[in-house]
Design a binder for this molecule. Structure first.
Ligand SMILES: Nc1ncnc2c1ncn2[C@@H]1O[C@H](COP(=O)(O)OP(=O)(O)OP(=O)(O)O)[C@@H](O)[C@H]1O
Ligand SMILES: [Mg+2]
Length: 307
């Protein structure tokens, strides 16, 4: 019921899921960047953290809220829910409690928000699979190394040609198939290369070639995401993203060229994700920008006289 109710039907939120069974690939970092980008585009965004134990996404959002309060800067915040881990000795009871929280979280927001961005843990679990089967857009960040590539496919050690598909890829194939059977909808799967080295290397080219070959077999789109940059690591304690204002007050530190280029690559990633931004959202964003611009300006004489 839950799955049917939240699959991008009209009037229902578009579900973006960040998933990769490999830990530390950039899911939580990318999740916040996508959520903030969507809010800046005027979309109504709810976020859900399924990583009950680590809760990095939740902490990232809490840090953003605290930084906004501390500095008086206006930072967009999503309506957020964190699913708490069941703590009884019974696995089935824990899964039940987590499922109920998740179902409630989705049904609370699916009719009133444009997007739900869901961050998942880097381990296989019932909830993580369920989220994958709900995805209208599945975003899988992977670090640019064959160790991370290994969750998607295997390669020949001599030639680096793709020799097979791995467990996470099979799980995604399975959840996408079930989804198609359920309501005929197909989800868009995008594998995003993360922490790209800024210099060309043989490894970088080989991983790109391998992903291209796998993308045909598995039906995903492979796109370049973020370069390896210190700024992405520094954002977390303040809850910031590369899309927030690049000035010293917002950043709490001197802006650098890294901030500017990071912003360009985040904007480029969002474009490549091809998320369905609706016209009302675009208008909301345009009105807000106009309003922000006008409050900075002193009142014109005719504004005063014409009032
Ligand atoms: N493009 C990048 N450049 C530099 N550091 C990055 C980049 N992307 C992510 N990181 C850093 O890599 C680490 C892992 O990122 P993140 O927590 O987003 O991954 P994750 O997939 O959510 O991990 P987990 O599976 O543990 O939940 C963090 O220390 C983060 O700051
Ligand atoms: Mg994470």
């Amino acid at each position: 019921m839950l799955v049917q109710a939240s699959q991008g039907q009209s009037g229902s939120a578009h579900v973006v899921v960040l998933g990769n069974e490999k830990g530390g690939s950039g899911k939580s970092t990318t999740a916040l960047h996508i959520a903030v980008a969507l809010m800046k585009a005027g979309q109504r965004v709810a976020t859900i953290d399924l990583d009950c134990r680590q809760q990095s996404f939740t902490r990232y959002i809490n840090n953003r809220q605290a930084w906004a309060r501390r500095t008086g800067i206006e930072l967009e915040l999503p309506v957020h829910r964190c699913i708490k881990a069941g703590l009884t000795m019974q696995v089935a009871d824990n899964e039940n409690s987590e499922l109920t929280q998740f179902t409630d979280a989705v049904s609370d927001v699916e009719r009133t928000f444009d997007f739900i961005v869901i961050d998942t843990p880097g381990t296989d679990s019932y909830l993580m699979r369920l989220a994958h089967s709900m995805a209208d857009t599945l975003v899988t960040p992977i670090n640019d190394s064959f160790l991370d590539f290994d969750v998607l496919g295997t390669v020949d050690p001599q030639t680096y040609a793709v020799t097979g598909e791995s467990h996470y890829a099979e799980m995604v194939r399975d959840t996408r198939r079930k989804r198609r059977q359920l309501d005929g909808a197909s989800s868009d799967w995008i594998v995003v290369r993360n922490r790209l080295s800024m210099i060309g290397s043989r490894n970088k080219q080989l991983v790109a070639d391998g992903l291209k070959e796998l993308s045909f077999r598995l039906g995903f789109r492979s796109v370049d995401g973020f370069a390896e940059r210190v700024v992405y690591r520094e954002f977390f304690p303040r809850g910031l993203t590369a899309l927030d204002d690049i000035d010293e007050t917002t950043l709490g530190t001197k802006p650098s060229l890294g901030h500017v280029t990071a912003r360009e690559e985040v904007t480029s990633l969002l474009r490549q994700l091809k998320l369905p931004l609706d016209e009302r959202g675009r208008r909301r964003a345009a009105n807000r920008t106009e309003w922000f611009n006008s409050v900075d300006k002193p009142l014109e004489v005719h504004d005063i006289l014409g009032a």
